[in-house]
Design a protein around this ligand. Structure first.
Ligand code: GUN
Length: 291
């Protein structure tokens, strides 16, 4: 019997901790503020941005949603970032990824004040993560995965961990966190060019699937008793589903779950944690802005 790791419950706990700190900051006259910038009209991005802003409102955070048209220029996006860098009411800035293809995303990320980079994508924060400097911002999704492992009582120290995917948003920072002094895992990063991926992933005590392919991790890739963290959120067409699609992870849940000691579902696993960690990073940015 596998244990289902309930992301909603853990996210609620994180947000409860945040609420207490928001209260403390408000008593000092500081309301943490988050700005979310959306360029274009990618439907999934719209949903994510909407839920981030809604969560801010629920928790009494100040938030701004800035929507730019799909044909906005690089200069227009940079101008918005620069204005937000100067805005004292904004402690966290997030530019939703991916932007339209004509936008140079890396240049946008570099323009964000690192002290407001609650996504943890700025080179200064990437370096701080590698250096294990706690003043930096850790990308929300991998930070959420670490917290899920901790709350589920999964021992990472000494464990063989296999991260599938090497993105800057999830795979790379996840590997750094697992191998840090906090994680102490032995980490392998596998990706689309890895040979004998099934053989590599079968060695894992902990698998983090972040490859962005629906139901990519199948039962033959998972050893009995492994813990599986599924970062994927993929829309697959399904005529019988309400919206014409259903959401599946990067893990073939039904066949993998029976083999696992613990597994995250999709939805309701990693997803809620990403927003919770974003709020936590925004609160941290507000706190650090006055200390
Ligand atoms: N798109 C998917 N995940 C993320 C994220 O964590 N931050 C941003 N900015 N965009 C994303």
């Amino acid at each position: 019997m596998s244990k289902i790791i309930d992301g909603k419950t853990v996210a609620a706990k994180v947000l409860d901790e945040c609420s207490q700190e928001i209260e403390t900051l408000k008593n000092r006259g500081i309301t943490p503020g988050l700005a979310v910038v959306l360029v274009g009209d990618d439907p999934a991005s719209k949903v994510y941005v909407g839920s981030k802003v809604r969560k801010c409102a629920e928790l009494g955070l100040h938030s701004r949603k800035i929507e730019l048209p799909a044909d906005a220029s690089q200069e227009e996006v940079l101008a918005v970032v620069e204005e937000l860098n100067e805005d004292a009411a904004i402690h966290g800035i997030l530019v939703q990824s991916p932007p339209p293809p004509h936008i140079d995303e890396e240049a946008i990320v570099r323009a964000i004040d690192p002290a407001k980079d609650v996504d943890g994508f700025h080179p200064e924060n990437v370096a701080k993560l590698a250096l294990e400097d706690a003043s930096g911002f850790v990308p929300c999704t991998p930070a959420g995965c670490m917290r899920l492992l901790k709350e589920a009582g999964v021992e990472t120290s000494g464990a063989q961990a296999v991260v599938i995917g090497r993105s800057m948003i999830v795979g790379k920072p996840m590997a750094l966190l697992l191998m840090s002094k906090e994680g102490n895992a032995t980490v392998t990063v596998a990706h689309s060019r890895t040979k004998d991926l099934a053989e590599v992933s079968r060695r894992a005590d902990i698998i983090v699937a972040a490859i962005g392919r629906p139901e990519f991790v199948t039962a033959d890739m998972v050893k009995d008793g492994a813990t599986v963290i599924d970062v994927g959120i993929n829309r697959v067409e399904d005529a019988s589903a309400k919206r014409g699609y259903r959401l599946v992870g990067d893990v073939a849940y039904d066949e993998v779950a029976p083999k696992c000691a613990a597994i995250t579902p999709v939805p309701g696993g990693v997803g809620p944690m990403t927003i919770a960690m974003l709020i936590a990073n925004t609160v941290k940015a507000a706190r650090q802005s006055v200390s």
